[in-house]
Design a protein around this ligand. Structure first.
Ligand code: PEP
Length: 249
């Protein structure tokens, strides 16, 4: 059964006290929503333990994890550490990590494996650059990201993944993909997964849209048969705005 999800990616925003306050506000707003959607807050690492204490309906996620198990990797945070905070999800392969920290497909696959080995659900991000869309290469790009980042997983492990399609040109730009563009590529992604893992696995996979999704466009995006929710950046930082997206189903 496919799960509807709205996940907030706070990125490198909010001090600890601001983050706790935001989480409390979100929790009090979403606790009354009963539309079957899961709400996930992906906070900075240092917020995880404290945010966990103030949420109940909302679930907890991190924005990254290390590609190694443990040891001499100064500044890194392992999947086991993330899990120990009570987090259940971890974003892997966000375009900002791919672009600014040069995370490639092989490294991301290692992170996915470690997340799964530690009982975390990866929210795995894929999506093309503007130049790639303009060159009509977006289908090839997302197919390659899927194949290299995920398709070596067993069927059993792949079934634990949540996907987020995030066109890079739409992230933080205010330029949202049209509803038709989102549906077209989400269907392509689902068909690509079906060709690899079969129709049942593909039908059960949650594919989130991310990229300037807000309360004013969430309803139209989420109404598409292959869009199962959103990964939300900017609009996740204001509780009322985020609520407007959570109620967009
Ligand atoms: C994101 O960074 O995952 C994202 C979708 O950001 P925004 O909603 O701000 O475009």
């Amino acid at each position: 059964m496919r799960q509807k999800i709205v996940a907030g990616n706070w990125k490198m925003n909010t001090t600890l006290s601001e983050g706790i306050k935001l989480a409390q506000e979100v929790e009090s707003l979403v606790s009354g929503v009963n539309n079957g959607a899961k709400v996930i807050l992906c906070t900075p690492f240092v917020h995880l333990t404290e945010v966990k204490k103030v949420i109940k309906k909302a679930l907890l996620g991190a924005q990254n994890c290390a590609s190694e198990i443990s040891g001499a990797y100064t500044g890194e945070v392992s999947a086991a550490m993330v899990k120990s905070t009570g987090a259940e999800y971890v974003i892997i392969g966000h375009s900002e990590r791919r672009a600014y920290y040069h995370e490639d497909d092989a490294l991301l696959y290692k992170k996915v494996q470690l997340a799964l080995a530690n009982g975390l659900t990866p929210i795995f991000c894929i999506g093309e650059l503007l130049s790639e869309r303009e060159a009509n290469k977006h289908f090839d790009v997302v197919k390659s990201q899927l194949e290299k980042g995920l398709f070596s997983l067993s069927e059993g492990d792949f079934k634990k993944i949540v996907l987020a399609y995030e066109p890079v040109w739409a992230i933080g730009t205010g330029k949202t993909a049209t509803s038709a563009q989102a549906q077209e590529i989400h269907k392509f992604i689902r068909d690509t997964v079906a060709a690899k893992y079969g129709k049942t696995v593909a039908d059960d996979l949650s594919i989130l849209y991310g990229g300037s999704c807000k309360a004013s466009n969430a309803k139209e995006l989420f109404a598409n048969p292959d869009v199962d929710g959103g990964l939300i950046g900017g609009a996740a930082l204001v509780a009322a705005d985020f609520l407007g997206i959570v109620t967009g189903f």
